[in-house]
Design a protein. Sequence first.
Length: 465
Amino acid sequence: MERRDVLRRLSAGTAAAAGAGLFAPPRGEAQQAPPAPAMPPTPRGLPVIRIKDVQTILTAPNRIRLVIVKVVTDQAGLHGWGCATFTQRALVVQTAIDQYLKPFLIGRRVDEIEDIWQSSYVSSYWRNGGVLFNAMSGVDMALWDILGKRAGLPLYQLLGGKVRQGADCYYHASGRDFQEVEDNARKGIEAGFRYVRVQGGVPGLATYGAARTGGAAGAAEAAAPSEPVGPTAPRDVWESGPYVRMVPKLFEHLRTKLGTDIQLLHDVHERVQLNEAINLCKALEPYNLFFLEDPLPPEDNAWFRQLRQHTSIPIAMGELFNTSQEYVPLISERLIDFIRIHISQIGGLSPARKVAALAEFFGVRTAWHGPGDASPVAHAAQLALELATYNFGIHEGGNFPDETREVFRGAPEQKGGYMLATDAPGHGVEVDEKLAAKYPIPAGPPNFDYSWGTTRRKDGTVIRP
């Protein structure tokens, strides 16, 4: 190093040390901490509004147990509605909201939707699961509803605006035999539906989505009525072999009778093994299904890599998913064509927006789960997302009975096979609390659907689901 470089560095170090000494506090005096950052001012035109109360409403119009959340604000008349329905565990979700989420959220700003979701997610330390996520969903949807009401805009406008006029819906057609399935499918077609899900019964078996024909098969015949259902006393019996042989014949019949223009769907409901799923998919390829739903259970997600290599049939999956670890690999590896998540089961509208955005980049379309135990509030929230989502695929259900419409004023309408949103601010649904109270959930056991844990094989082995 040259002499002048050494002198230059020494001079710089001396100056820095001198400067530090000039601005250092006198010896013995404590340094003062920098002042805390001031709270950012409230955006112009949006006064601070806080959560005043979180209320849970249990109601069962048409004898379907629904869990509804009302978030009340400190601004008179401003509230939001959300769906937290986990119909098989309604009372547990109610406890999670009333005893845990409510005290955690009182006083929070209603516009901090994302932070409320994230902090609620970690508030119990042990994360994930249907109870916590449904409780969070009720609050999340209600906060989005409040945001729309404050802005004076329908929810789909807040999510980016319409990319379509309405959401195509699919009709449910089932039957004990092929002719009954065909007759019911024709009812949907005559009502304007372009998509029909078809489910057929298998004689003697408790087939998902269709009434059983004939007596119960196998060991169920010998089970004493007083004996609780178990491995030695099965009653609702299911075997996958006869079902896998029946389904292709059903589709052959329907394509012959209904033609090729109508879009047909089918739900396996996860009741087959991998080799059966592969063979079933291959056998159904000539019939051009819109999608085949849930060919495998979520516990066997890894098998979708093998299934994808063996068939070109469109696959829908996800109604039992809870966590991102279940659905992100299937989407990012393009192992499915439709994501079937139940929105309240993953925590509400906020995470569903992220799933839809992720799926778009991988060519996966949305087909959110929308059974009868998804309330009109849930359907309205997911409809808003569907109207603003480019990669929307199909909407399930939403033909609400009269009693349900009376309780849920402003429930979305179906016309010509489409579900249509209103232009009311928020998601557009208001709950008549007095009418809701007229339809209490059934008291006492059985206070949930026991059939999922009682359907068994002939040898007594319980099936999933």
